[in-house]
Design a protein around this ligand. Structure first.
Ligand code: ZN
Length: 114
């Protein structure tokens, strides 16, 4: 279950952020999960529940927003959503000089608590 490795990192980062912001009781951790991570939301929540045990996140919920994959074409200087119909290439120029700019990571966007 590769979701666990993401959750271990989420928990580590969230604890660090809580210390920096003097949060002691966390109610929610908001994350943005890119579709390229191939994480399943239910498995992420299960993994989070395990990873948070005996930490200050013990009572926290994981709130997930899925992020679509977005690529940036170096030729057109435009962002596009890679799709299978275009072989994941830029739909305008069909160029191969593009890079993924969104949807690859799993990042914390907000932490709620007191
Ligand atoms: Zn292009």
């Amino acid at each position: 279950m590769h979701e666990m490795s993401y959750c271990v990192r989420i928990v580590d980062e969230a604890i660090k952020a809580c210390k920096e912001n003097s949060l002691e009781n966390v109610s929610s951790v908001y994350v943005e999960v890119g579709r390229m991570t191939a994480c399943v939301n239910e498995l992420l929540i299960k993994a989070f529940d395990k990873a948070k045990k005996d930490t200050i996140l013990e009572n926290a919920n994981l709130v997930i927003t899925n992020q679509d994959v977005v690529a940036f074409c170096e030729i057109c200087n435009k962002e596009f959503k890679p799709s299978i119909e275009n072989n994941y290439l830029c739909p305008i120029c069909k160029g191969v000089q593009s890079r993924i700019v969104k949807g690859r990571d799993c990042i914390i966007t907000r932490i709620e608590g007191e």
